[in-house]
Design a protein around this ligand. Sequence first.
Ligand code: 5GP
Length: 200
Amino acid sequence: MPPAEILIARSSIAARVRALASALSTAYASTAQPPVLISVLQGSALFTADLMRSIAIDMAVDFISISSYAHSGSHSGVVKIVKDVEIDLSDRDVVIVEDIVDTGLTLNYLRRSLTERGPHSLRTITLLDKTVRRLVPVPVEFVGFEIPDVFVVGYGLDFQGRYRNVGDILVVRDLARLVNEPDLLVGSLWPRRGQRRQPT
Ligand code: 5GP
């Protein structure tokens, strides 16, 4: 069995992203000011770039970077803003752009933080939604794909900073093995590099 397999192929992602962009273009066609997309780095970088290109109305984009509780090993939902947005969000129509909503803790924190800045509206778009894993109820207005409780990489989503540049979304079959062997997927994704890395 391969260590990872395609869950959502790049052609399906592209079609869904275009549909989401069309939905956003319609929803924000007549707002007083152009909507502000807030891309949550680093996972949603690819999604944001593709989404923006297909949005057919005037819009602004800004970026926020957070250090997730997931990386600090606790599950308290404590998240710290590492890089904040620069646009003044008061009275703006704000759209948080997420790669994946899992427990909902990160998004819950982000929504609370951004609400304090007095936006006219605040909604969220996520490419992937693991609703079965939700610990806190949090509104997500635009969803690309609902996925089961699996670990995915690709299309911006990483494992220890790797695999973000894979065009498809892959499901990792054996996460414990990947933890021990972070190069596990390299051989099947990029065979030449995989060969080079093998011990001689
Ligand atoms: P939360 O649990 O707060 O909703 O999600 C926190 C973060 O966990 C997400 O932004 C994402 O970075 C990470 N995450 C959750 N599920 C996955 C997954 O299946 N793959 C990857 N690469 N990251 C995930």
